[in-house]
Ligand binder design. Structure first.
Ligand code: DGY
Length: 327
């Protein structure tokens, strides 16, 4: 029996890649950069399965190029805004993602960013490297205290909750805005019915919402104007949730204390982006899930989703389960 043919759009961790190679005839894109759109469209032709990354846009053109034999699209990420899921659903193709295993790594990094912005860690390092450290100073590089402060979480899914847990160790008060999430008394986190109210009360605001048509540029000038002038914004969700021009204006005018971003729009962020000129803005290159365990498990889950789809089985993690109803 011939093995199913799949295209894997980058070298993923062996834990997943070995499984894919064992079960499939796999064509693996070996480049350090993602395949171009033209190459993706060419490579996907006639494939039974596609294992893609968040850097690949999967839309009608890609799915059409793959053809009627495509049985599954497996995304090596929990977020799936790079895929036009409705197009896959219309073709009866299940789409897989990798939730859960990157929760702790992402929450750790969100908290690391929060603390780095509060205590001006990257700015302090730049200060030292620039030879500005002349002496210990009572008022040098003063930051923001965390104990007793209020952390406002916008989005209270797995990652938001994991951030709440970390905040409790710092004796912070945690509030959240997420109309679809129930209260979480065990986490000592209080639901807020209104985003405006949450912004008014928060000393730190951390974003944990997927990028959708509704959340695109949710953080705009109006949102930022409702934050405290001493507040810090953290974004580990998706760059598109934030209007970067509005953030630049707010940070430059010190309308908020600082921001720390793991995600930008576009990615990679062009080096002439004005945000990079600001001392009160930390930007990391989308690495919140970049821990060994997390990336090993993302590769494994992506491979498991792919193989389940090829076998005609239900994906362990499927973002469009409605495809099964139609069968
Ligand atoms: C995801 O899985 O969506 C993350 O953004 C990857 O870091």
């Amino acid at each position: 029996m011939p093995k199913p043919k799949v295209f894997v759009t980058r070298i993923i961790r062996d834990k997943g890649l070995d499984l894919v190679k064992e079960f499939c005839e796999a064509e693996i894109w070996l480049g350090d950069l993602p395949p171009s759109r033209e190459i993706l469209i060419e490579k996907v032709r006639g494939m039974d399965g596609l294992l893609c990354l968040l850097t690949d846009r999967i839309d009608a053109a890609v799915l059409d190029a793959a053809g009627l034999g495509l049985k599954v699209v497996s995304n090596h990420a929990v977020g799936f805004d790079n895929i036009i899921v409705a197009e896959a659903t219309a073709r009866g193709i299940p789409v897989g993602n990798t939730p859960g295993i990157l929760t702790d790594a992402t929450a750790d990094f969100a908290f690391a960013l929060l603390m780095a912005a509060a205590r001006r860690v990257t700015e302090a390092e730049r200060y030292l490297r620039a030879g500005k450290w002349q002496t210990w100073g009572p008022s040098t590089l003063l930051g923001v205290d965390m104990v007793g402060k209020t952390l406002g979480l916008v989005g209270f899914g797995r990652i938001g909750r994991a951030v709440a847990k970390r905040a409790s160790g710092f004796d912070m008060r945690v509030i959240f805005f997420d109309p679809s999430s129930p209260a979480a008394p065990e986490l000592n986190a209080s639901p807020f019915a209104s985003l405006d109210e949450l912004l008014r009360e928060s000393d730190f605001v951390s974003l944990h919402t997927p990028l959708t048509a509704e959340t695109r540029h949710m953080v705009n000038a109006d949102f930022l104007s409702k934050m405290k002038p001493t507040a810090i914004l953290v974004n580990t969700s998706r760059g598109g949730v934030l209007d970067q021009d509005a953030l630049y204006e707010a940070l430059k005018a010190n309308r908020i204390f600082g921001a720390a971003l793991d995600v930008t729009d576009p990615e990679p962020l062009p080096l002439d982006c004005p945000l990079l000129t600001l001392e009160n803005c930390i930007i990391a290159p989308h690495i919140a899930s970049a821990s060994t365990y997390s990336r090993d498990m993302m590769a494994l889950l992506a491979a498991q989703n792919l193989i389940a789809g090829l076998k005609g089985e239900r994906l362990p993690h499927c973002v469009n389960p409605e495809v099964y109803k139609a069968r």
